[in-house]
Design a protein around this ligand. Sequence first.
Ligand code: NAD
Length: 250
Amino acid sequence: MTVDNAVSIVTGGARGIGKGIAEVLAAEGATVVVADIDEDVAKEAADELPGDAMAVGVDVSDPAETEALAETVVDEYGRIDVLCANAGIFPSAPIEEMTVEDWDEVTDVNAKGAFLCVKACLPHMRTQDYGRIVFTSSITGPMVGYPGWAHYGASKAAMLGFVRTAAIEVADRDITINAVLPGNVRTGGLDDLGEDYLDRMRESIPKGELGTPEDIGHAVAFLASEEAGYITGTTLVVDGGQTLPESQLA
Ligand code: NAD
């Protein structure tokens, strides 16, 4: 799949799934921009990548910062071929204890942040008549629910409504927008939930193990490739079979 030399922004690329996406894209020959609110860790991640790579500090929930990100990348490399809008947060709180500030923080980073990154990058993709946009959504929201993550589920479902409409808006160009839906992926964010919780997650996954950031990276790299140009407005579930309904005959 061709992502060779594709100038690729990965938000939240300093850690976890975003780091896995950045590593797979770089291994396939892409030029990767690790864009993360934690600029120091982003620099370390970019330094470890093979080939040309750079780090940019950005808070994806701030429109001035996402505009500056796109300008920085175009100044440096002349184009933006791939946008992986992956940055996300997942604090938990039962609904009765969830504050308006909790709700706003999660939806601002996850849903509004993805929109702002597209808004900043799309004019450049239109000018060059090429672009591949891949959101990291989640099985949470459209497919399953986890108590404590109502705001998170809402933000991840919102991303999918955006993908469907945006795909139609850009369909007259060689620009696509899709979402991957990871299941439970072993990242620092999940480690905080503790081994007991992770064991229960494993039991719910037919493949018997949590996913890795690289598993998600390979799915994203496919949707980001030139060859995936006829796939748009849709989702790719990467969950080890977790959301498959069990057979009534089993
Ligand atoms: P993580 O916490 O390991 O990494 C997230 C990265 O995003 C960090 O480097 C962090 O600094 C960065 N970030 C946070 N807020 C930001 C902001 N405002 N602007 C820019 N960068 C910011 O998380 P992860 O597990 O790798 O999750 C990455 C994405 O995958 C998220 O969107 C998450 O919702 C989604 N996801 C994760 C899982 C999972 O099981 N880990 C499952 C489904 C979906």
